[in-house]
Design a binder for this molecule. Structure first.
Ligand code: SF4
Length: 389
């Protein structure tokens, strides 16, 4: 600290922040190398070092000439978010608390299953959408995560499982953008990070194994298919506008009809016509778990190629809702199944370490004013800025 103050005083020039290469997709990294007068193919070398071999020290990237490494070190770096803690649940679920610039912490969860391992990644510090049943929403909102902070979560998980060592089996087989935050409110950075997940020279995940979940930011969802074809999950939680306005306030801006239409359009534009959206429905006792709700939901979804994932509500401190009873859960599932839907029930995992669905809270330095501005951004329904490529 004192050293950099002295340097600034002597040079009378503020130190230029270095560019963090961690969050650059292949095309953006290619642009970066062109801008500094180098060949675009350097991007492939760097991406492989960072995301296939787990190397973040530019000095150790030995297929780059010494001169190039020196040049890069003057202007760039590879900086990861900091792991504050890592907890393991008795059922094998692992939860990380990760510190990001500005002092807030986000949470990330890994859920192992017999045939796959799913990493639930955060996209924002907190969330401005404030769904009434969600622990994250209660934390307020600080800011969007950068692409580096999003892909950095996958890097941290891969490293912790020894995935960068050639012989270690791949433990993270699936990524779901379902952690803290609404991914479509952080469109560009989320798309960049997902591109790195899919990139053959990075993690090489199939687009079927990367899922973006949205609560219904319709203008952004309408544009997603222009730049991505990952799997889609929609957070519905209610079968009619009246109830959804209460549970998921963004519904007052973009109602169910618009949301379902937008999701159907996205699925329709997928190159693989077998693809379906996943409908997420959190069941809360006496709130949205009645027979008529199931019937209404079946009718609402009839034109959307989808499967339905029922999530028994996981209570968190201060939450006003209760978990659905098993009887009601089974009845709800059977009604939908009888209507021809594929229905799964999400097993609660990581409950003992507060890592279950809807329980992620992190440590958000809530900026109330920023949150207000952010909400205004929603109200004004600004067109979402789309990146190329
Ligand atoms: S459910 Fe999703 S969109 Fe709603 S407040 Fe929680 S994180 Fe945000």
């Amino acid at each position: 600290m004192s050293q950099s103050v002295e340097v600034t005083a002597v040079n009378d020039q503020p130190q230029q922040a270095k560019t963090n290469l961690l969050g650059f997709s292949a095309s953006k990294l290619g642009d970066f190398f062109e801008q500094i007068g180098e060949k675009r193919f350097r991007a492939t070398q760097i991406i492989k070092w960072i995301h296939q071999m787990g190397e973040v020290d530019l000095d150790k990237m030995t297929n780059l000439s010494k001169d190039l490494r020196e040049k890069l070190k003057g202007i760039a770096e590879v900086t990861l978010p900091e792991v504050v803690s890592c907890q393991d649940s008795t059922d094998g679920t692992r939860k990380w608390l990760i510190k990001v610039d500005g002092g807030s912490c986000i949470e990330m969860v890994y859920i192992p299953e017999r045939e796959r391992g799913t990493l639930c990644v955060s996209s924002q510090i907190g969330c401005a959408l404030d769904c009434s049943f969600c622990a994250t929403g209660k934390q307020g909102f600080n800011r969007d995560l950068t692409a580096a902070e999003i892909i950095g979560q996958l890097w941290i998980a891969a490293d912790s499982f020894g995935q960068f060592e050639h012989k270690a089996p791949r433990r993270v087989t699936n990524v779901v953008m379902m952690g803290m935050g609404e991914p479509l409110m952080n469109f560009d950075n989320v798309v960049d990070a997902m591109n790195i997940m899919l990139e053959d020279n990075a993690y090489g995940l199939s687009k079927r194994r990367v899922t973006l979940s949205t609560a219904g930011v319709v203008p952004a969802l309408d544009k997603l298919a222009d730049v991505s074809d990952v799997s889609l999950a929609i957070s519905l939680h209610a079968p009619n506008d009246e109830l959804r306005n209460e549970l998921v306030p963004i519904n007052r801006k973009y109602n169910l009809k618009e949301f379902i239409r937008s999701a159907a359009d996205y699925i329709d534009r997928m190159p693989d016509n077998r693809r379906k959206a996943t409908v997420e429905y959190t069941l809360m006792d006496q709130v949205n778990d009645r027979v008529e709700h199931a019937t209404e939901l079946a009718e609402l979804l009839k034109d959307l190629p989808c499967k339905i994932n029922l999530i028994p509500f996981n209570p968190f401190p201060g939450s006003e809702y209760k978990r659905v009873s098993n009887n009601q859960l089974n009845r709800f599932r059977d009604i939908l199944a009888n209507e021809g839907y594929t229905v799964t029930v999400r097993t609660t995992r990581g409950d003992d370490i507060a890592a279950a669905c809807g329980q992620l809270a992190g440590e958000v330095n809530d900026r109330t004013k920023r949150q207000e501005r952010y909400k205004r951004k929603l109200d004004e329904a600004q067109p979402v800025k789309i990146i190329e490529g």
